[in-house]
Write a protein that binds this ligand. Structure first.
Ligand SMILES: N[C@@H](CCC(=O)N[C@@H](CS)C(=O)NCC(=O)O)C(=O)O
Length: 272
């Protein structure tokens, strides 16, 4: 891993690191906020971003550094897909580069590089946690496509994370246009195969019942893609603990995320 940015921020540094990803086959950038005096007691919180984002959006727009500094948490914000020459792309913002959906693609031309699920769960965690001192306690959260990623990854990997939460997540990608388009391209036409990557499906057979916190803007233009009520129904049907908060007047943007970011850090801190 090579450090390519470092900025003093509250009681720590906002860094960006670059590394050659073996899983994705390209160089990847990742934002890492390192609290002063990070040591074997420092927990790690992973944030997965939404469509069109790079590692930059969350670290420059959410304002998380103040609360991360207070709670002394290492914060990791990866890019949302492989990128660059030789990596397939699509003209639309919701497929290809910037739109990895945190799944492992099985279909050409995507299957060579688009393995974001393996990248996060197998490569990034090990890389970061070998590089920076930490306690071995972890949480994961995310926004929109990254909210789907965080919920889905936590549900598929019981024991890996001590907390999970999301802003405006896509909770049922198999049932909404963003997910149908991406899963059709990355996973092929067999809708049964899509279910392994869908939060509302995974809730049915969850092996661990981590308390999920979801914040959702009630004036979010993308509500038809997000459908938080489907998560509420799935959690009620399967006795899965969920706190779903609808916030009137808030949209899908980082203005919304920055308003409630502190609560997600406290949710994490109270779970470890
Ligand atoms: N209208 C947006 C749709 C994508 C979008 O809203 N992306 C959200 C995540 S799903 C985001 O975080 N965008 C980047 C930002 O606000 O910094 C666009 O075409 O850029």
């Amino acid at each position: 891993m090579k450090k390519i940015e470092s900025h003093r921020s509250f009681a720590g540094h906002q860094e960006v690191w670059e590394h050659q990803s073996e899983v994705l086959g390209v160089p990847m950038k990742v934002g890492v906020w390192v609290p002063d005096g990070a040591d074997h007691t420092t927990p790690v919180l992973y944030f997965l971003s939404g469509l069109t984002c790079t590692e930059q959006n969350f670290i420059t727009k959410s304002g998380f550094q103040r609360i991360a500094s207070e709670l002394k948490v290492l914060v990791v914000a990866p890019d949302t897909s492989p990128r660059g020459e030789g990596v397939p792309n699509d003209d639309a913002y919701d497929l290809g580069q910037g739109a990895g959906f945190y799944v492992n693609a099985t279909q050409a031309p995507w299957s060579k590089h688009f393995k974001m699920y393996d990248y996060i769960t197998k490569e990034l965690l090990a890389l970061v946690e070998n590089q920076f001192p930490n306690s071995g306690k972890r949480g994961i959260f995310g926004h929109s496509m990254g909210g789907h990623g965080a919920l889905m990854i936590a549900l598929k990997n019981p024991g890996m994370f001590q907390s999970v939460s999301a802003f405006s997540p896509i909770v049922a990608p198999t049932q909404v246009p963003w997910g149908e388009k991406a899963f059709g391209a990355y996973l092929g036409p067999d809708r049964e195969a899509w279910k392994a990557w869908d939060t509302c499906e995974l809730i049915k057979s969850a092996k661990e019942r981590l308390h999920i916190l979801v914040d959702q803007g009630a004036d979010d233009n993308f509500l038809p893609q997000l459908q938080p009520e489907l998560l509420k129904e799935a959690c009620e049907a399967h006795d899965h603990p969920l706190t779903l908060r609808m916030h009137s007047g808030f949209d899908h943007s980082y203005y919304f995320i920055s308003t409630f970011i502190e609560d997600h850090f406290r949710h994490f801190a109270s779970s470890i």
